[in-house]
Design a protein around this ligand. Structure first.
Ligand SMILES: Cc1cc2nc3c(=O)[nH]c(=O)nc-3n(C[C@H](O)[C@H](O)[C@H](O)COP(=O)(O)O)c2cc1C
Length: 240
């Protein structure tokens, strides 16, 4: 009974937040990307400068992402949780991850779960709310081969309920990225990163977590190539 009440309150709050976001999106916001050159959070990280410009050394790069393409509702042009590119349909964060891969020459890693997420929008919303209320840790179906060999981890995910999707909690608990640089990126319906970068820094206190990752509204994902190119160049991580 209590759980049901909490769920209703959370749903109402999230609906309000998304409605607010929707009005931002229709208010002429064209791009919400932010770039920087290496300001970090996490007091114990190797580059823990607490802001400013710390060059990122790059080294071996992994691009890990979580993405759930929706199969119903809006088309692939605008406001969709999927993108059509090169004859393939994929989730928004997968598309951004592939652009980052092209720019940096890093290796792609899809964060996948044993359970399958519903493909339709309303079912996915319900499922994700319940997972969040349960503080679930969905079991991961994919593992990084030799995680210690990477120096820089781009970490991409959708904003879900103003938070990380629960599989990201599993991922960040499963791996220790101490001494590495984590560069977050997200796609969203208007909320940007919410508090997720601080959450990543809290969960990986000995990593250098870049404060101002790349945040792209789902309305702009299909046209994000230029933003991604500029961001990667700004980080000094473009492949030669
Ligand atoms: C379960 C769920 C919860 C969401 N919650 C939010 C939210 O709180 N704020 C927001 O801006 N967008 C929210 N969105 C929108 C997604 O962040 C956005 O569609 C994103 O681009 C999806 O990325 P993907 O295709 O890689 O999964 C939510 C979407 C889903 C499916």
């Amino acid at each position: 009974m209590k759980k049901r009440k909490a769920a209703l309150i959370l749903c109402a709050a999230a609906a309000l937040s998304l409605a607010a976001c929707g009005s931002q999106e229709t208010g002429g916001q064209t791009s919400s990307s932010q770039t920087q050159t290496g300001g970090t959070v996490g007091t114990d990280g190797p580059d823990a400068a607490g802001g400013g410009s710390t060059p990122i050394s790059g080294g071996r790069i992994l691009i890990a992402y979580f993405s759930v393409p929706e199969t119903d509702g809006v088309d692939t042009e605008a406001s969709a949780s999927r993108v059509s590119a090169d004859g393939e349909v994929m989730g928004n964060n997968e598309y951004i991850a592939r652009l980052i891969q092209q720019e940096t020459g890093g290796e792609l890693f899809a964060i996948e779960t044993v359970q399958e997420y519903p493909g339709t929008h309303d079912d996915l919303l319900d499922f994700a709310y319940n997972e969040m209320l349960d503080d679930a840790r969905p079991e991961l179906a994919s593992q990084i081969e030799d995680p210690g060999s990477y120096d820089t981890i781009f970490l991409g995910y959708p904003n879900w309920n103003s938070d990380l999707p629960m599989p990201l909690y599993t991922f960040l608990e499963e791996y220790d990225f101490s001494g590495k640089t984590i560069i977050p990126f997200t796609t969203h319906g208007g909320s940007g990163f919410s508090r997720t970068i601080q959450t990543i820094a809290d969960m990986q206190p000995d990593a250098a977590v870049v404060e101002d990752g790349l945040s792209i509204s789902r309305n702009d994902v299909a046209d994000a190539q230029g933003d991604v190119t500029d961001w990667i160049a700004g980080l000094g991580l473009a492949a030669e």
